[in-house]
Write a protein that binds this ligand. Sequence first.
Ligand code: HEC
Length: 182
Amino acid sequence: MFNRFTLVIFCAAVLGAALAWVLSAPKMLPEQAIAQFPAGDAAAGEMVFWAGGCASCHARPKADDEEKLKLAGGAEFDTPFGVFVAPNISPDDEAGLGNWSLGDFANAMIHGVRPDGAHYYPAFPYPSYNKMSHKDVANLWAFLQSLPKVAEPAPAHRVGFRSTFAAHLDYGNCCLFVTKWW
Ligand code: HEC
């Protein structure tokens, strides 16, 4: 029966869902903030690269030495939501990030947002990088651009519809948004 109690529960659920949607909505850096990023220094960016463990996921699995600097992607992460695959983040125009701007990169690293405004899956551990300074982001970007281009695209993720929807809701940040607020 649709009595007053069920109505209150229904309204609370709708409000809760609306609040979760607003709190987890993708955010992007304003153009003005991006224009004020400092110039990047590739040598300093190399330190951020190794400290951030980027090669452990974005180099080809089992890559050694110099091969770790060829960021072809391909490492797979088998999760209950499906299999995620680390993408090619080399400076190749087609397979990698050759057409990206510093702003695209900064939005990915700081807000976990794709150039088209959608959220990344938390298989990309962007919540661990969102406290990075703008200087570190600019330096890291300069270093990535100095690396070899790899023309081979990484395989696509193998995930179901539910996970695709979840990425848009940013379920990772639903739990982690508190870290953005202090
Ligand atoms: C634990 C593995 C892991 C680590 C460590 C990692 N990434 Fe990723 N990264 C991923 C995965 C998986 C994705 C794909 C996410 C998606 O498609 O939603 C991704 C996506 C990205 C993207 C977006 C690429 C695109 O084509 O849209 C960029 C840029 C990126 N990572 C840069 C970095 C950098 C720089 C570092 C180091 C500071 C790093 N990642 C560390 C797993 C990782």
